[in-house]
Write a protein that binds this ligand. Structure first.
Ligand SMILES: Nc1ncnc2c1ncn2[C@@H]1O[C@H](COP(=O)(O)OP(=O)(O)O)[C@@H](O)[C@H]1O
Ligand SMILES: [Mg+2]
Length: 433
């Protein structure tokens, strides 16, 4: 009899639903074998933890574990990444490179989003699974490796097989042991547990008190279908924990304002004011935030450019006339001014343009949090400013990808950038690792 409780503790899995317990039991039972495992479940259900359970509870636990997101590796390089390549096998292949299947010899490879794997790669994977053999790109010599494969997919894999996009033989080969991770709407009792767990986590992270739901809000949460599953719930709790500022009591109206079904359409951008409209959908806020940041950067760059032109032309008169415009920049890009007042109100938890430390002397956590936010809004050297912009951009990209189940086309649309730009940024921020 497998006791799932210690496994949950060890891998940080919250929930008591029988379906979830069953999935954990299967993972623990199969861990000790070398069988391939296919973890199926909607996006955000927590499939990743299962690959870790399987590796950690196996005799391979001291060997390498490599997790790969097949959807994030470009088609042109996936074979070389997985199986390695010989020197000169393609333009840019300066040396011989080991692939993951060679690196993970004796260990486990987790192939996430296996449905995204190109057909030629599927053929190579099937060969490894059948007889432990693979061939480096540009080589003709088969090599041996001993790798246990755990794959994960959303429920669309069967459809991909029907459409001829996924090899049927590979599907059956991987699916030797299926593990089904249930969607959150089928583990109703877990929603509240997860909510409390995440509220606690974020209160620690943001040094505030945990948010709590009133009865009506609780009912709404329990009846919400959570298409994005645990990931969506986690994001929701984080948004409310941060954006509700000092208010820790979530009632029905507040909760509804964060749930996507109430989201205003893209063409109804909310006004930047402190009125009720300010509690609109978070992704709208994100977009506004992004626009503001970009405008801020553009303005600073423009100022620097103009300043250098004026100085270069020796236009001292012009410079003097518009001096006030350049207070916050120097040609070398010293720093931004504190532009707090230009930021929308929701960025500031106290809902005023300056944070007042004495506002609530009883509440240490709130004060700590306020200080933190004020520090964040303090003028910083440009390098740090750039970093925080990058951080924000990275967060936005992660959010957009999450929201769209990693479908880059739609994530790019949400972000208002081209797919190519998104692709470049994913590389730049190493989000494909
Ligand atoms: N039962 C759970 N308990 C705690 N956190 C969970 C649970 N299930 C999922 N999560 C969290 O939700 C997020 C999404 O999980 P992930 O494994 O990436 O989903 P998937 O791969 O199925 O899309 C992660 O941050 C994960 O830690
Ligand atoms: Mg995943």
């Amino acid at each position: 009899m497998i006791d799932v409780q210690p496994i949950k503790l060890r891998f940080g899995i919250i929930g008591h639903s029988p379906l979830l317990n069953h999935a954990i039991k299967v993972a623990a039972q199969v861990a000790g074998t070398d069988m391939s495992v296919l973890i199926t479940g909607e996006s955000g259900t927590g499939k990743e933890s299962f690959s870790k359970i399987i590796h950690q509870l196996s005799t391979r636990k001291h060997s390498t574990f490599i997790a790969i997101n097949c959807g994030a590796i470009p088609e042109g390089t996936i074979n070389s990444e997985l199986f390695g390549h010989e020197k000169g096998s393609f333009t840019g292949a300066a040396g011989t490179r080991k692939g993951y299947f060679e690196e993970a010899d004796g260990g486990t490879i987790f192939l996430d989003e296996i449905g995204e794997m190109p057909l030629d790669t599927q053929a190579m994977l099937l060969r490894v699974l059948e007889n432990g053999e693979f061939i480096k790109v540009g080589s003709s010599k088969p090599q041996k490796t001993d790798v246990r494969v755990v794959a994960a997919t959303n429920v669309r894999l069967v459809q991909a097989v029907e459409e001829g996009k996924f090899r049927e033989d590979l599907y059956y080969r991987l699916n030797t042991v299926p593990i089904f991770v249930p969607p959150l709407r089928d583990r109703e009792d877990d929603v509240e547990l997860l909510f409390r767990k995440f509220a606690g986590d974020f209160s620690e992270r943001y040094r505030s008190k945990p948010i709590i739901l009133d009865d009506e809000a609780k009912q709404i949460l329990l009846s919400y279908p959570f298409p994005g599953n645990v990931r969506q719930l986690k994001n929701l709790v984080e948004q409310m924990s941060v954006l509700e500022g000092d208010n820790r009591h979530i009632d029905a109206e507040i909760l509804r304002s964060y749930l996507p079904k109430n989201a205003p359409r893209a063409n109804t951008l909310p006004a930047l004011s402190g009125n009720e409209k300010a509690k609109d959908n978070f992704s709208e806020r994100d977009l506004l935030y992004k626009i503001l940041f970009e405008m801020r950067r553009d303005v600073t760059e423009l100022k620097q450019l103009v300043l250098s032109i004026l100085e270069g032309q020796g236009s001292a008169g012009m410079l003097q006339k518009y001096e006030h415009l350049f207070d916050d920049v120097s040609k070398n890009g010293d720093s931004y001014s504190d532009e707090k007042s230009n930021l929308p109100l929701y960025l500031n938890p106290s809902n005023s343009n300056s944070v007042n430390y004495n506002q609530d002397p009883q509440d240490d956590a709130a004060i700590e949090y306020a200080k933190e936010v004020e520090e964040e809004n303090e003028p910083e050297p440009e390098e740090e400013e750039t970093l925080s912009l990058e951080k924000k951009e990275k967060e936005m990209i992660i959010k957009a990808l999450d929201k769209n189940n990693n479908r880059r086309k739609y994530a790019a649309q949400d972000l208002g950038i081209s797919e190519r730009t998104l692709y470049r940024k994913i590389k730049q921020y190493e989000l494909d690792k």
